[in-house]
Design a protein around this ligand. Sequence first.
Ligand SMILES: C[S@@+](CC[C@H](N)C(=O)[O-])C[C@H]1O[C@@H](n2cnc3c(N)ncnc32)[C@H](O)[C@@H]1O
Length: 230
Amino acid sequence: MVDWKLIWDARASSSNPFETMGRSDNSIFDFLVLMDDIQRKFGGIFQNDQMLEIGCGIGCIASYYSPWVARISCIDNSDAMVSRAKMNLKSFLNVNCYNDSIPKLSKTLGQSTRFSKIIVGSVLQYLNSFDEVIETISNLSLVSQSSCKILFTMNPDLSLKDEYMKSYKTLNLDSDRLQKSLEIENSRLWIDFSQIEMIAEQSGFTHLQKLPVNSAFWQSNHMFDFILAK
Ligand SMILES: C[S@@+](CC[C@H](N)C(=O)[O-])C[C@H]1O[C@@H](n2cnc3c(N)ncnc32)[C@H](O)[C@@H]1O
């Protein structure tokens, strides 16, 4: 099994900020496309928004949205990411960065802030089981305002998994590399959207929409975004 925590701890020290996000092939323009895509999917981001960003890495996304919202809490389960994020974000006075993780959200649940916008940016795929997705959504319901929107980006789509895995065979990788790549892909949590549909309402969300990953990103061929609202 792949140890994702170890991988993200190691990536935290990269000098390429996009590599720390798992987007080493991205340019600054790709990053700006992502920021625009997120705000469009939310239907706008506003000066009175209380934002929570989960999987904040070294703080790139929080630094972008900081001027546009009232306050951002940004969390990551990697100490190495959080300590770099704290350094990077020290001049952004409305950002509060700390170590916390899904599915438990222990520290965030213990605070009084309730959020109006929550970004879960390419994180569900590192959970261990669908039960942890259920626990995540249930805990997010507890920390969200009644008008909250929650955007989950880049989730591996179980319905596209077989085809995507087969595509590795066309890459002419040597057998070690092929095996390693398939192991990594199999270690992600591939998500069946119909299961999300079944649990969203039970957690108090009345609105759920599956959305395509922006076609600017190669992950659009096997991942999806979704948005939840109360
Ligand atoms: C693929 S990167 C995503 C970075 C950024 N959110 C984005 O969308 O580009 C995943 C990040 O989530 C963090 N992470 C992984 N599992 C987590 C968990 N259970 N709780 C909180 N953060 C987690 C990793 O440390 C890493 O910084």
